[in-house]
Design a protein around this ligand. Structure first.
Ligand SMILES: NC(=O)c1ccc[n+]([C@@H]2O[C@H](COP(=O)([O-])OP(=O)(O)OC[C@H]3O[C@@H](n4cnc5c(N)ncnc54)[C@H](O)[C@@H]3O)[C@@H](O)[C@H]2O)c1
Ligand SMILES: O=C(O)C(=O)C[C@]1(C(=O)O)C=C[C@@H](O)C=C1
Length: 366
């Protein structure tokens, strides 16, 4: 007998959870979204088994409901769920990047019999939407759970067991502790990346060499400034208390190092960078996951207009999904290399075979 799981919001995170769970043939996944076109895409690419824009239809038989929508939409969805007919002992969980407010809201609003467990997978991307979803997005990443005081242990165990398919490391944490820590390691860095980019954009208005000279360092530290503005607006407003404190601490730290620069304190400036390097180098490595080039295919391309479009059209016509595409080198009259990332090994092999058939020189590394 199959178990129904409802995913509310079939985007990057909802889609990635669906892809991980659907490896288990006993699980039937129903997707709910406001956008019919997103649902069509998720259905056509096999991310979900069924799709609906009607919430009651999505959740009626679900044993587990994932809320995977932007943070500010989680509250009204909790309200709507509290009015609907749900399966007995249903587990409702969310994937929002903040936990305290959501957990407190669920505690107040959800009726007895609904087991709410806050959740936050600590992996993601600056990209949004189901087309960026991957069954391995959470592999080896931490996945934080913040159950309500009254949620039975059995519910936490059931959700943990379901989530093993994501290959994430599940940890249970207090919601406020989560918000404080994630504020420092995720939310505040997103603010800083955007501050840096906006600063350079202002300078660039006066002199376009800023943009042209922005090289590896600037790109590395600002990748996350390409994330969804709507998502980050919601996160900041829902973790205001911790972020204001982190920002004040950061201003002091910046003042301290700039005072050392002003007095040309060579030793202390070096010590400042040494401390940062030692801590950074000691961060635990994630062995595998979204950022690993696991399903990358390299294609030699003649550098003339239309070639990349032709390749993506060929793949699209065969319903082969691409999660990333990058031109590694193009100079006039020189062959360029296109790197295409696929969602899984099977799609990579299909893509490789297809492009070879059309006489492209294709290869994988490693
Ligand atoms: N992107 C990340 O790196 C990341 C990582 C961990 C957690 N999160 C959290 O996951 C959640 C989703 O983020 P995402 O990156 O998957 O966003 P996304 O934009 O890729 O997907 C969100 C989906 O929700 C749908 N949606 C919006 N409002 C809705 C509503 N009221 N009802 C039903 N569907 C609705 C959208 O149409 C979209 O398909 C957010 O709460 C975010 O904080 C994001
Ligand atoms: O890799 C990225 O692009 C991310 O920003 C992922 C990231 C993070 O800050 O690490 C962003 C938000 C989440 O809630 C969890 C993970």
């Amino acid at each position: 007998m199959s178990t129904t799981v409802a995913i509310l919001g079939v985007g990057l995170i909802g889609g990635s959870i669906a892809l991980a769970l659907r490896q288990n043939p006993q699980i039937r996944i129903v997707g709910f979204d406001l956008r019919q076109d997103y649902l069509d895409k998720a259905l056509n690419t096999g991310v979900i088994h069924a799709a609906t824009t009607d919430l009651q239809t999505a959740v009626r038989e679900a044993k587990v409901i994932f809320i995977a929508t932007p943070v500010e939409t989680i509250y009204p969805l909790i309200d709507q769920l509290s009015e609907l007919s749900l399966a007995p002992d249903v587990i409702v969980t969310d994937v929002g990047s903040i936990k305290s407010k959501v957990v407190a809201y669920a505690q107040q609003r959800l009726p007895q019999g609904v087991q709410f467990i806050g959740g936050h997978p600590m992996a993601g991307s600056h990209k949004s939407g189901v087309e960026a979803a991957s069954d391995r997005l959470f592999e080896n990443a931490y996945y934080v759970l913040t159950p309500l005081a009254g949620t039975p242990q059995d519910g936490v165990e059931r959700l943990t067991s379901l989530l093993t398919a994501t290959r994430a490391k599940i940890v249970v944490m207090d919601p406020d502790e989560h918000d404080q820590i994630v504020g420092a390691v995720s939310h505040f860095p997103h603010i800083m990346a955007a501050v840096l980019v906006n600063q350079v954009a202002r300078f660039n208005d006066q002199n376009e060499w800023y943009k042209r000279l922005a090289a590896g360092g600037f790109r590395d530290i600002t990748r996350i400034a390409s994330s969804s503005p709507r998502m980050w607006r919601d996160i900041l407003l829902n973790n205001k208390h911790h972020l204001l404190k982190i920002a004040a601490d950061w201003r002091n730290a910046l003042d301290e190092i700039m005072a050392k620069v002003e007095t040309a304190d060579r030793e202390q400036i070096e010590e400042f960078f040494r401390q940062a390097r030692d801590f950074r180098d000691g961060l635990p490595e994630r062995q595998k996951g979204a950022m690993q080039p696991l399903y990358d295919l390299y294609i030699d391309i003649p550098d003339h207009p239309g070639e990349i479009g032709r390749i993506t059209t060929l793949l699209g016509a065969k319903q082969i999904n691409i999660t990333n595409i990058r031109i590694l080198e193009t100079r006039e009259d020189v062959m360029g290399v296109l790197r295409i990332t696929f969602r899984n090994q099977q799609e990579l092999e299909k893509g490789e075979e297809l492009l070879r058939y059309f006489d492209y020189n294709v290869y994988t590394l490693g």
